[in-house]
Design a protein around this ligand. Sequence first.
Ligand SMILES: Cc1cc2nc3c(=O)[nH]c(=O)nc-3n(C[C@H](O)[C@H](O)[C@H](O)COP(=O)(O)O)c2cc1C
Length: 196
Amino acid sequence: MPEMTPEQEVVHNLIRSRRSVFPHAYNDKPIPEHIINYILEAGNWAPTHRLTEPWRYTVIRGEGLKRLSDFLGDAYKNSVSDDKFSEIKFKKTTQKPLKCGCVIAICMQRDPELSIPEWEEIASMAMSVQNMWLTCTSYNIGCYWSSPGSIIGNPSFLNLPEGQQCYGLLYMGYSDHELQPGKRTPIGEKINWVDA
Ligand SMILES: Cc1cc2nc3c(=O)[nH]c(=O)nc-3n(C[C@H](O)[C@H](O)[C@H](O)COP(=O)(O)O)c2cc1C
């Protein structure tokens, strides 16, 4: 690793230490509202072509988590035949939101003028999620992006306006577990240099 300034090292280590932390590892410590707001504020500073700022979020907490749990449970029940139904999978699905300090539904609002391609709006939304995920890491809040089929698109649970699509849920909660090192193959295998 080349030499880094302390500031560069902090950024590099934050990026590398960010992990998907799943709800079974969350404790029941509440996430204060001002911290949820810092996390959302970080999300608001993602790059955005033509300043369309396409990211939209629904913060689900308190009784809302129970409603999300019921929605995901019903969606699971409706997606499998009686003989394929698994009580374990049902329990896992419904317990997940209930273990969270909050869940943020990740959505994208299409620019009504369609001034840029859809993929750029999705890219911008995903960069906004990364800002929030890194901010969670810096606050020792575990989180992960979950993309169950039942929530993708325009799920009835969210009651989204015209042109808005949901791309998943950011599950969040404090955790007493230490972050595990991540796994990646070397970057060198994914780079092509054009320098001659
Ligand atoms: C767009 C997106 C959707 C994801 N959806 C799921 C998911 O539905 N279920 C899941 O277990 N993990 C999901 N993940 C998390 C990945 O599994 C995780 O990022 C990957 O295993 C690498 O682990 P790390 O985040 O700890 O580095 C998703 C991640 C992204 C970026």
